[in-house]
Design a protein around this ligand. Structure first.
Ligand SMILES: NC(=O)c1ccc[n+]([C@@H]2O[C@H](COP(=O)([O-])OP(=O)(O)OC[C@H]3O[C@@H](n4cnc5c(N)ncnc54)[C@H](O)[C@@H]3O)[C@@H](O)[C@H]2O)c1
Length: 280
C-alpha cells in the first residue's frame, strides 16, 4: 500500500497535459481525487475513465481566475472528502509576442489565470490545510520561465516568476508558523502537452510559437514528470526541477546580477527532451 493511499488531492488544470499526468499518477497511488478544469468535456472524460478503473475521482468545473469558483472547489473537497492533503495549483496558459504588441486583454488573461489562479488557490485552501492540523502539501506549477526570462514570452515570464516569489514567501510564512503544511514550486522545462493551443499569437510571436510548440510536444512525458513530483513531495522538497539543463544558464544569470553586468540571452542546448529550444 502506498503512503498516499486514501489521501485527497485537488488538481487544477487536471483535464490535460501535466495536470492529467498528476491525476493518473495519484490515482495509481490510491489517492482520492478532486479534479478541476474549465475544459468540461475533457475533465468529465478523464473522471469517467478513472472511475471505470475503480478510482474515487470527482470532477468540478472551476475557473481558477475567479476567487468564488475556487472557494466553491474547496467547499466541494470538504463536503465530498472531508479535507485535502495535496493541492496542485497547476492550471496555466501561454502568450507569446513582443511585450508591447500583446494587448491589455491578453496581459490580463495571463495575469488572471497564471498568477491570480495560484493566489486564489492559496487564499482558499491554505486556511483549511492549517486548520486540519495534519500534514498537507501545496504544489504550485511555475516553469523554468520562473527562473529565467526569454524574449517573446513576457507575460509567461512575469507570471511564472511571480509564482516562484509567491511560493517562496508562502514557504517562509509556513516555516515561521512551524506548520505541518509545506509547499513546493514545480519548475519544469518542456513537458509534452498542448499548452500552445492556449496561445493567442501576437505579432512577432508567430514563428517563435511554432518552435516552442515543437519543443514542448517532444518534451518529458507528464507521467514521468508526475513520478518526479511525487518523489519531491515525499521529501518535502521546495524546488522541483525535473530538468537540469538550465542550471548553467541560471548560474550565468545570477552571476550577471551579482556582478551588475547586463543580461545576455542565450538559447540552451542539451540532450534532455525538448531542451534545445528552452531559454537561458
Ligand atoms: N508543458 C510544458 O512544457 C510546461 C513547462 C513548464 C510549466 N508548465 C506549466 O504547467 C501547467 C500545466 O500546463 P500544461 O503544459 O499541462 O498545459 P495544458 O494546456 O495541457 O493544461 C493546462 C490545463 O489548464 C486548464 N486551464 C486553462 N485555463 C484555466 C482556468 N482559467 N481555470 C482552470 N483551468 C484552466 C486547461 O483547460 C488545461 O486543461 C501550466 O501552469 C504551465 O504553465 C508547462
Amino acid at each position: 500500500m502506498s503512503s498516499e493511499q486514501g489521501r485527497v488531492a485537488v488538481i487544477t488544470g487536471a483535464a490535460n497535459g501535466i495536470g492529467r499526468g498528476l491525476a493518473e499518477y495519484a490515482a495509481g497511488l490510491g489517492m482520492r481525487l478532486l479534479l478541476s478544469d474549465v475544459d468540461e468535456a475533457q475533465l468529465q472524460a478523464l473522471c469517467a475513465e478513472l472511475q471505470g478503473r475503480g478510482v474515487e475521482a470527482i470532477a468540478c468545473v472551476a475557473d481558477v481566475g475567479d476567487p468564488v469558483q475556487v472557494e466553491h472547489l474547496r467547499d466541494v473537497a470538504v463536503q465530498q472528502f472531508g479535507g485535502v492533503d495535496l493541492l496542485f495549483n497547476n492550471a496555466g496558459v501561454m502568450q507569446t509576442g513582443h511585450c508591447w504588441e500583446i494587448s491589455h486583454a491578453q496581459w490580463q488573461r495571463m495575469l488572471r489565470v497564471n498568477l491570480d489562479g495560484v493566489i486564489n488557490g492559496i487564499r482558499s485552501f491554505v486556511p483549511l490545510l492549517l486548520a486540519q492540523g495534519r500534514p498537507a502539501h501545496v504544489i504550485n506549477t511555475a516553469s523554468l520561465a520562473g527562473l529565467l526570462s526569454s524574449p517573446l514570452m513576457a507575460p509567461y515570464n512575469v507570471t511564472k516568476q511571480a509564482v516562484v516569489a509567491l511560493s517562496e514567501t508562502l514557504h517562509y510564512e509556513l516555516s515561521q508558523l512551524q506548520a505541518q503544511v509545506s509547499v513546493s514550486v514545480l519548475c519544469p522545462g518542456p513537458v509534452a502537452s498542448a499548452i500552445m493551443a492556449s496561445n493567442q499569437v501576437a505579432g512577432a510571436g508567430a514563428q517563435f510559437s511554432e518552435l516552442l510548440d515543437a519543443s514542448i510536444r517532444q518534451g518529458m512525458s507528464p507521467l514521468e514528470l508526475a513520478e518526479l513530483v511525487f518523489a519531491a513531495i515525499a521529501e518535502k522538497r521546495f524546488w522541483i526541477f525535473p530538468h537540469k539543463f538550465f542550471k548553467p544558464a541560471l548560474q550565468r544569470r545570477l552571476q550577471s546580477i551579482l556582478e551588475e553586468r547586463n543580461p545576455v540571452f542565450q538559447f540552451v542546448e542539451a540532450d534532455e527532451p525538448g531542451a534545445s529550444h528552452a531559454a537561458g
